[in-house]
Design a protein around this ligand. Sequence first.
Ligand SMILES: [Cu+2]
Length: 147
Amino acid sequence: MRVRVPLALFGAATLLVAACTSAATQAPAGGAAGAGSNAITAELSEWAIKLDSSTGTAGTVTITINNKGEKTHEFVVVKTDTAADKLPVVDDEVPEDQLEAIDEKEDIKSGATETLVLNDLKPGHYVFLCNLTGHYAKGMHADFDVK
Ligand SMILES: [Cu+2]
């Protein structure tokens, strides 16, 4: 018995070390392989914002914005825990000053392609929206998560 108890403890300790080692090596690998991307394509139309990926990787995220619609649109990025379709609306616009505004691209003409580079994007939930009068309420919004 004097021998078996320490052996059992040693065995358990080895298992714990193995479990910790495996968890530690998996975390960075998972982050690097990641579901997110640093290059996102957004398609604007009446009345939607379609993303090729709804998740990104923290850091610099470049968004290529194509306006496939017939009207001029804009592309606003806010950081918020609120779902894209649940933002407050005042006078047919989302009150950006009540939200954490990150960046935006205004006046994107029909057929135009613009590039918006978001530097040092932190992990969290973001909403992309067009905030021209009435456009958000008609459906021009998209959820975006940064891992
Ligand atoms: Cu719009």
